[in-house]
Ligand binder design. Structure first.
Ligand code: PMT
Length: 226
């Protein structure tokens, strides 16, 4: 029997990188492939959820499924707008995207010419999508965040958990060799409001998606005191 525990529930997922234009030719971005968020979208759709996947620029896509609607975006500002548009209707929001924290203040309309001197580009802050939506979390809505750190990162991730009003946060550390950007596998530490701290073994992103959805499903049924 198929597991239809998310039947009819709206799930909003952000995934992939964002690209911040410097000029028509160049941009600032990061190494996210979208694999983790895409795995979450596929597994949630298989459980009957209606998934809105706000996907930054990547060559990858989920397997076609009638329950997955993809909204392709480029920049953090685009992702912010699309996320705001779909926030109200979502029962669960998963912030898996690696959003650029900064963008060029004024992208050049023309390709910037090479000069003899150094080039300075002023960067301004992008909105924090998870934090802004977290401040407007609806009654009964769940917000799940990811955090990417280059060290152990538990303290930073706990700060993000509080600051962004997540129900739990999934910490990726670049110290773990089979985890993070681009890989087919992941290894994470799950930190929740009630001080849970669970480090998973290395597993495929698909299996991790299944386990995260199991946890979300339990929260929806109030099995966890969270
Ligand atoms: O896409 P893959 O190649 O499969 O890689 C998966 C992943 C490593 C990108 C993913 O598992 C992951 O860890 N995503 C979060 C990456 C990140 O940017 O983390 P952060 O610690 O900078 O951000 C914390 C949280 O705030 C995240 O939920 C992020 O989506 C959110 N955020 C951050 C900045 C911003 N301006 N808006 C946000 O919503």
């Amino acid at each position: 029997n198929p597991d239809l525990s998310f039947q009819g529930k709206n799930i909003l997922i952000t995934a992939g990188p964002t690209q911040e234009a410097i000029d028509p030719v160049r941009y600032i971005s990061n190494h996210s492939s979208g694999k983790m968020g895409i795995a979450l979208a596929e597994k949630a759709a298989e459980r009957g959820a209606k998934v809105t996947l706000i996907l930054g620029p990547t060559a990858l896509k989920p397997k076609p499924h009638p329950n997955i609607k993809i909204i392709p975006v480029t920049s953090a500002l685009d992702m912010f707008e699309a996320s705001q548009n779909h926030h109200n209707e979502a029962k669960v929001v998963i912030f898996c995207a690696a959003v650029a924290d900064y963008r060029s203040e004024k992208p050049s309309v023309e390709k910037i010419k090479k000069k003899d001197s150094a080039l300075q580009i002023k960067l301004v802050k992008n909105p924090d999508i998870a934090k802004t939506l977290g401040a407007n979390k609806k009654q009964g809505q769940l917000h799940i965040g990811f955090a990417l750190e280059t060290d152990e990162g538990v303290l930073s991730a706990e700060n993000k958990l509080k600051e962004k009003n997540f129900d739990f946060v999934v910490l990726n550390s670049l110290l773990d060799s089979e985890a993070g950007f681009q890989k087919d596998t992941n290894q994470v530490t799950i930190l929740s409001k009630n001080k849970e701290n669970i480090k998973t073994p290395v597993m495929s992103k698909e299996l991790l998606a299944i386990q995260l959805l199991d946890r979300i499903g339990s929260l929806l049924e109030n099995k966890f005191d969270n």
